[in-house]
Design a protein around this ligand. Structure first.
Ligand code: C2O
Length: 546
């Protein structure tokens, strides 16, 4: 007899943080939501039931979703939202991925509280490429607002201003003991002297790259975005929203309590950001420490300054695949995509109070000067599958409309992108290179660029304008890391490659949610191939339609 799949209810739940009780949207009444623990090769069937008063969808961030784009989750891209009272069964298989991913709401700003970890163990009988750790701990970094996050983004969308920054960073939903009313709920991570533990760090913050460190302990990085990496040792991690990093730590310090801390890496000049620090405590369980440790003040690490781009870059460029990999050497599609902010004039006759961006404008953002507009009455995948016209156009440009000094002083005439639901069409199996180029339009910032439905190799990254003559020599075609999110350096570039072997409609966007709303996204439409694993499956019967 077939068992019905387990329910994941999305529902309002009382959550107390920073001295106040909120009615937050959670999954299963838990904040953060439940951790899904699976093996490589498992098929997951998850019945999401919407018991909240908002539309919702769930995205399984980093899961490749081979031929199952219907289960990917971004609202109006691969499905219409699950309406209040509705439900949808996500079904997909984890194939060839091991390590840490996560799931989150992909609808407005619901993911502030609707998220959780996905732990992917090796197949039964397979082993890790490192000694099996004694303990396995998830630390999901997040952001907390004293207000309802949906109200924060609605208000900003109405006025065109930047939304309020968060009131706290969190680890597994807890701000930690440096914040008011948070001390007794600070997360404790236990260790025994001498053991080596795995810590899975996820940046699930909405809008902030974060530094992460543990006092006096070396971090040996062994994985990222559910791919293993050549191990390297560091004292500081930097994760953009969307990224995961698996580290081994050896409990080789005198038994005591050590702070685990995270704080902003804020690359934008002059932009406001949350400058607070979230903490958890690494606590030695060793007998000699028990009494003393419970009461002793944890040891505080040194963290890089909020604007320490050198440390952030040193970390993000340390990644290698564990061995030689199969990077496409020939290229069928060579794209050059700019990513950055901008501003738009307010519609004529808008009253000033409805236009509170810089100097009476509205904030916007774009790729190749196109500010992406989500459809509102159809999903792109459905429109593509049924051949419905008028929902999107296939004229997303392969390069910016004009060449300019991307990272210099950008002329004001370039500050206003056009708006549209433009996609870029890729033939099944084409070998794709994308040069991502950050711009200095309005202001420059590090953008965590995430591609759905694919992992890609990061061949190189650097600062300034990408120069095809000299920068191609820097490409790592031997052992580049495989990721689903790349930290595009502030006023810099990154080059990625992948083979378009997953049919469907896939969004690529900045994972700072404030930038998605401003249009920092584009979409790839990948045609079907002819073989059996080369075609998009039929839509599930309960797919939410608009
Ligand atoms: Cu984790 Cu489209 O996102």
């Amino acid at each position: 007899l077939e068992q019905p799949p387990p329910d994941l209810p999305v529902q309002p739940t009382k959550v107390k943080r920073l001295c106040k009780t909120h009615n937050s949207i959670t999954v299963n009444g838990q904040f953060p939501g439940p951790t899904l623990e699976v093996n490589n090769g498992d098929t997951l069937v998850i019945h999401v039931v919407n018991k909240a008063r908002y539309n919702v969808t769930i995205h399984w961030h980093g899961v490749r979703q081979m031929t199952t784009a219907w289960a990917d989750g971004p609202e109006f891209i691969t499905q219409c939202p699950i309406r209040p009272g509705g439900s949808y069964t996500y079904k997909f298989t984890i194939s060839g991925q091991e390590g840490t991913l996560w799931w989150h709401a992909h609808s407005s700003w619901l993911r502030a509280t609707v998220y959780g970890a996905i732990i992917i163990h090796p197949k039964a009988g397979d082993s890790y490429p490192f000694l099996k750790p004694k303990r396995d701990t998830v630390i999901a970094l997040g952001e907390w607002w004293d207000a309802n996050p949906i109200d924060v983004i609605r208000e900003a969308t109405r006025t065109g201003a930047a939304p309020n920054v968060s009131d706290a960073y969190t680890m597994n939903g807890q701000p930690g003991d440096l914040y008011k009313c948070s001390s007794k709920d600070t997360i404790i991570v236990p260790v025994d002297s001498g053991e080596t533990n795995l810590i899975r760090v996820i940046n699930s913050a909405l809008n902030q790259q974060l530094f992460f460190t543990i006092a006096n302990h070396k971090l040996t990085v062994v994985g990222a975005d559910a791919s293993y990496v050549k191990p390297f040792t560091t004292s500081v991690l930097m994760l953009g929203p969307g990224q995961t990093t698996d580290v081994l730590i050896k409990a080789d310090q005198p038994p005591a309590r050590y702070y685990i801390v995270a704080r902003a890496y804020a690359s934008a000049q002059g932009a406001p950001f949350d400058n607070t620090t979230t903490t958890a405590i690494l606590e030695y369980k060793t007998a000699s420490c028990q009494a003393k440790c419970k009461t002793s003040k944890p040891i505080m690490p040194r963290l890089p300054a909020y604007n320490d781009t050198a440390t952030a870059t040193a970390f993000t460029t340390s990644f290698r695949s564990p061995r030689k990999v199969d990077v496409p050497t020939e290229i069928d599609e060579n794209l050059f995509i700019t990513a950055g902010l901008g501003i738009n004039q307010c519609p004529p006759k808008t009253r000033a109070r409805n236009c509170q961006g810089p100097n009476g404008t509205r904030f916007t953002a774009s790729m190749n000067n196109v500010s992406f507009v989500l459809p509102s009455n159809f999903s792109l995948l459905q429109a593509h599958h049924q051949g419905v016209r008028g929902v999107f156009t296939t004229d997303f440009p392969a390069k910016p409309p004009v060449r300019f000094d991307y990272t210099g002083n950008v002329s004001r005439s370039l500050w206003q992108p056009t708006r549209g639901t433009k996609v870029y069409r890729l033939k099944y199996g084409s070998r794709v290179q994308i040069v991502l180029q950050g711009t200095n339009i309005f202001t420059a910032e590090n953008h965590p660029i995430h591609l759905h439905g694919y992992d890609f190799y990061i061949l190189a990254e650097g600062f300034g304008n990408f120069n095809p003559k000299t920068d191609t020599a820097k490409f790592n075609l031997v052992d580049p890391p495989l990721r689903n999110t790349v930290s595009l350096p502030v006023k810099g570039w990154a080059v990625i490659r992948f083979v378009a072997d997953n049919p469907g409609v896939w969004i690529m966007h900045c994972h700072l949610d404030v930038h998605i709303g401003w249009g920092l996204a584009t979409v790839f439409l990948v045609d079907n191939g002819v073989g059996p694993m080369q075609q998009l499956e039929q839509p599930p019967p309960d797919l939410p339609v608009c």
